[in-house]
Design a protein around this ligand. Sequence first.
Ligand code: ADP
Length: 342
Amino acid sequence: MTKINPAYHLKNIQHYYGNTKVLDIDDLKIEKGSITGLIGPNGSGKSTLLKLLAFAQKPTLGQIFYKGRMELPFSTSIRSKISLLTQKPYLLKRTVFENIVYGLKIRKEKNNLEKRVSKALLHVGLDYQNFATRFWHELSGGEAQRVAMAARLILKPEVLLLDEPIASVDIESAGLIRQASLNARKNWGTTLVIASHDLQWLYSICDHQLSIFKGNIFSTGVENIITGPFEKSDQKTFIKKLEDGQIITLNAPSQTACTAIIRKKNICLDLEKQSGNGHINQLSGHITSMLLEKKSETIMATISIHDLSLIVLLSPDQIGRLDLYPGKKVILNFHSHDVEWI
Ligand code: ADP
């Protein structure tokens, strides 16, 4: 196993809002200089996790180590190294120039401000002449997000945390934010954690992804989640009826649970149904997208089964052998005992 040099180590983290637990992470390491994608539906705990990583909020329970030292929230020394960019960028009601130098001024840095602002703007594809004197209300959504990004890049952060950075920006801005993120890692070794709903954009930047669901993190990568309602078929079996009449059979959970995880490594693809036993689910669907996962050189295919989407991993060899392409009809197989319940 490769040894990891963690920027972060989270131990036994639990976070509550009132009586509701929204994060529960036993052990998580984030490697220095890595780019980690955070994937999960709304309300799964992504923003809360990013706030904890920014030391802008204290976890209810547990410890967060940064570069091997246990750090406390709101410590100014640590917060100057770590920058969080929120989905709706907060800009001061001043000019672009004043927004971008704000962090430097707090650090009492006064040298070469114009040159540094110009460079920071260039990193996000904005030119100094056109933008430095504009006021915050004279920017489009994408430009405002890029100015907010430049205000963080000028500080050469050790860690950059981006919460839905392209949710309300145009395609050009999304590309520039991607490039600026990659440059931050290349130029300063910045560690990045990025939450985004745009999986294609996220996969094009990240080394790996973390899936988060109801505050729990599922290994690395995207995992398939099947939500209820389920019907109890017998003591040992739950079923889920899909709207098109197909039925998923799953081994019953040992305790109360309402969401099933089917890991993508446990799902196979075929072109036709095989005669088999009732424990193997064979679902008809069609391929809706295929993405190359850079690190493993495998292809991640999304299969739509009426109202359900599941992800499978395929080798380039399988793609060729089964002649797979988006739109093709396929049969998806997984065993009823390959389920984890949460
Ligand atoms: P995500 O970023 O994945 O959408 P969040 O971390 O924003 O998820 O939210 C996780 C859960 O915590 C949600 O159920 C949300 O409603 C709740 N939550 C977030 N912030 C607060 C808050 N300040 N007070 C109470 N509940 C909150």
